[in-house]
Design a protein around this ligand. Structure first.
Ligand SMILES: [Zn+2]
Ligand SMILES: [Zn+2]
Length: 216
């Protein structure tokens, strides 16, 4: 399986492409609002996108969906985050400490297909399990590829840290509950590919991530 990534936009969001190999159909995981950045990542391996899996509705993960999705490309997002994806003004104000931020609506054209807990999606020859992990946002999901031992963790789990829970819809208790229910039971050898920062493994996070210690 081919997995590659680029770090895009001014929040340094990791976007990933997943495919059987070069020249094939591909799944894009998270779409920062930098369509040409995503397009050049796809072009690097001559990939044709057929789906966008969006971990959550924050603009740095969902704001580029309109640039990729279309008649032949389906975008998937949990329904609890669709409103947030379409109207990013409030989340940006919260991020910038209450400072008003002029921005148009994001993701105006695309229709989202609903993600639900426990779904298994077969896309571009790859099977993705949908792990419903609210806490960073109300509708946050992680995507695991059990056959490859890979987890796309979005803003749920980072190397040495976890996602913010002080933004609208966030809850520390809910995030930790999601961690205990959906993430901790995964094989410790699982490769964790997060929405920000470097890749890690679940084993390394179990040893070093201060937020996971209370769950061991
Ligand atoms: Zn986020
Ligand atoms: Zn993010």
């Amino acid at each position: 399986m081919l997995i590659d990534s680029s770090t895009l936009w001014f929040f340094g969001t990791n976007t990933y492409v997943v495919a059987d190999g070069p020249g094939a159909a591909a799944v894009v995981v998270d779409a920062p609002p930098d369509p040409s950045g995503v397009a050049s990542l796809l072009a690097r391996h001559d990939l044709t996108p057929i789906a966008v899996l969006v971990t959550h509705g924050h603009i740095d993960h969902a704001g580029g969906v309109d640039g990729i999705a279309g008649p032949t490309v389906t975008a998937y997002l949990h329904p609890d985050d669709v409103d947030m994806a379409r109207h990013p003004g409030a989340q940006l104000e919260a991020l910038l400490g209450g400072q008003a931020f002029e921005i148009g609506d994001a993701v105006v054209r695309s229709q989202f297909s609903d993600l639900a807990a426990g779904d298994r999606l077969s896309l571009a020859g790859v099977e993705f399990d949908v792990l419903f992990t609210p806490g960073h946002t109300r509708g946050h999901c992680c995507f695991s590829v059990p056959a490859e031992g890979v987890l796309f963790s979005g803003d749920q789990l980072f190397q040495g840290s976890i996602g913010r829970t002080d933004l609208p819809g966030g809850s520390y208790a809910t995030l930790m509950d999601s961690m205990a229910r959906e993430i901790m039971p995964l094989d410790p050898g699982t490769r964790v590919l997060p929405g920000h920062g470097p890749a890690t493994t679940l084993a390394a996070e179990r040893r070093h991530n201060p937020f996971l210690q209370e769950l061991l």
